[in-house]
Design a protein around this ligand. Structure first.
Ligand SMILES: [Zn+2]
Length: 300
């Protein structure tokens, strides 16, 4: 009876079946999940079921209410999707990512978000192949950008995930690094200095400087500059940033490199960061302005 159904459909009760406006036949959620989790099917065979699931959560308010009222089904649905993120098919994985974000965005359940964070934490701390878990970094970035309460939950209750994200920044792949820095940009919201552990705070500060000194990929440079812009608004980060000298890598040396880069976005961003430093209340007492003026930053 549904657009897509599996052999066992006769056993699926009416509670699984939803009318989707604009589609001629109803969709059976149980059948869609069976297709998506069938290991015998390749991605191209799963695509119609993935598209149907996307339109089900977008267009059927009954389906969304049903997922909200039944956490076991919502969890099954999201875990099935997250399993598909492991497949080696970039285009399909990008589509699965979109549907994951849609399901979580529609269900709006903190329990579901915590489940997703638990799975990601478990996966990234056990699987050291950062390229393989990169879709999970991308999912986390999309979620933390869209779910405003997530940053606080992560900072307070997912310390080992944050530690692993910091360690993964040393993985030599700038796309992977860019996806992790993106997460940190949105982690630093609200009263982040109070929520974040001092150890993680310090690691983020050190890593962003190291990354900026070597970054070649535009996305990584821009994400790092976005992160730096947030860090310099906080007195503790600013003090550490101005004090750090890792074998010649200093904040002012990194900013100088970006200012002479001839890339307008990087230049503007670097100037905004310098301007924030000069305007920071701590700047006068700590002579940061003097340090900037005495550096060769302005002279060449
Ligand atoms: Zn069915």
């Amino acid at each position: 009876m549904s657009l897509l159904s599996v052999e066992g459909h006769a056993d699926h009760t009416a509670a699984w079946i939803f009318v989707v406006p604009s589609e001629s036949k109803p969709s059976c959620l149980a059948c869609l999940l069976s297709i998506l989790e069938d290991p015998a099917l390749i991605p191209v065979q799963k695509k119609p079921a993935l598209a149907s699931l996307a339109s089900l959560v977008q267009k059927s308010s009954e389906a969304v209410s049903s997922l909200q009222g039944n956490m076991a089904i919502a969890s099954h649905c999201i875990l099935t999707l997250m399993e598909l993120l492991k497949l080696d098919d970039t285009v399909f994985v990008a589509q699965v990512l979109d549907v994951c974000v849609k399901v979580i965005g529609k269900v709006k359940s903190e329990d579901l978000v915590r489940l997703v964070l638990d799975v990601i934490q478990n996966e990234v701390t056990t699987n050291k192949d950062c390229r393989a878990v990169c879709p999970l970094f991308l999912l986390l970035g999309r979620l933390i950008h869209n779910v405003s309460s997530l940053a606080k939950v992560m900072a307070q209750d997912f310390d080992s995930l944050l530690q692993q994200l910091c360690s993964s920044l040393s993985f030599p792949d700038e796309d992977v690094q860019a996806s992790i820095v993106y997460i940190f940009v949105y982690l630093l919201v609200g009263d982040w200095p109070a929520n974040l552990s001092p150890g993680i705070h310090r690691q983020i500060v050190q890593e962003v400087l190291c990354l900026l000194s070597t970054a070649k990929v535009e996305a990584l440079i821009l994400n790092c500059l976005g992160l730096l812009r947030k860090l310099v608004t906080n007195g503790d980060s600013l003090e550490l940033l101005m004090r750090l000298n890792m074998e010649g890598i200093t904040l002012l040396a990194v900013l100088k490199k970006l200012l002479v880069s001839k890339k307008e976005v990087q230049q503007i961003s670097s100037l905004q960061i310098l301007s924030s430093i000069v305007k920071h209340p701590q700047s006068q007492s700590s002579n940061y302005t003097v340090a900037i003026l005495q550096s060769d930053l302005m002279g060449e």
